[in-house]
Design a protein around this ligand. Structure first.
Ligand code: ZN
Length: 199
């Protein structure tokens, strides 16, 4: 076994290596970087992590991750006209749309997509919660990823809320087939929303 430091350091490397986009090699570099900048980076990071651990919560209305529930988006007075509700698979998609500056909209995080092969059914996602909220809005935008599972989920939701007096739209092309929203640049994403189409 290669010795890279004490068990605390090794444990830190192993934990960081589990983050998306970081493998063991980058985790080791990150830890070394932190240790070399203990006062400027490691201590502030540790206390920021601790504060985040204590503060983070899931919004009971939309499923966003924030420090309060309902979250800052749900309680934003500019978004209270209840015009447009954008349905996304994951919090990262919500954040991508916010980065793209799509306007005073509200969101609903499904927490995944229907995937019979992986045993993910409607009851595993926040679909019932969506149906309860849907009637409050004039338009529901299904901003799911352009994957087979995403489109299956969009069709299922459409079937479930069709009886309600609400317009249902989806993102326009420009979202590549198989494309994940989080990886799109902001211009493409806001364009896809502006040119959304009726289902
Ligand atoms: Zn919220």
């Amino acid at each position: 076994m290669i010795h890279t430091g004490g068990s605390e350091i090794e444990q830190l490397i192993q934990l960081l290596a589990r983050l998306p986009g970081l493998g063991p090699r980058s985790a080791r570099r990150a830890v070394l970087h932190l240790i070399k900048r203990k006062d400027a980076l490691m201590i502030p990071l540790a206390s920021a992590l601790q504060r985040a651990v204590e503060a983070v919560t899931i919004c009971e209305q939309c499923g966003n991750v924030d420090t309060s529930s309902p979250c800052a988006i749900c309680t934003d007075p500019r978004r209270q006209q209840n015009a447009m509700l954008i349905v996304v698979e994951d919090v990262s998609d919500l954040w991508a749309l916010e980065r793209a500056g799509v306007g005073p909209v509200r969101y609903h995080v499904l927490g995944g997509v229907l995937s019979p092969l992986d045993g993910v059914g409607p009851e595993d996602l926040a679909i019932q919660e969506l149906i309860i909220r849907a009637g409050e809005f004039t338009e529901i935008v299904l901003a799911v990823n352009a994957t087979v599972e995403g489109q299956t989920t969009a069709h299922y939701i459409t079937d479930r809320i069709e009886g309600l007096d609400v317009k249902i739209t989806r993102l326009a092309h420009g979202v590549p087939v198989g494309g994940e929203l989080d990886y799109l640049d902001e211009g493409t994403l806001s364009q896809a929303l502006k040119a959304r189409t009726a289902l």
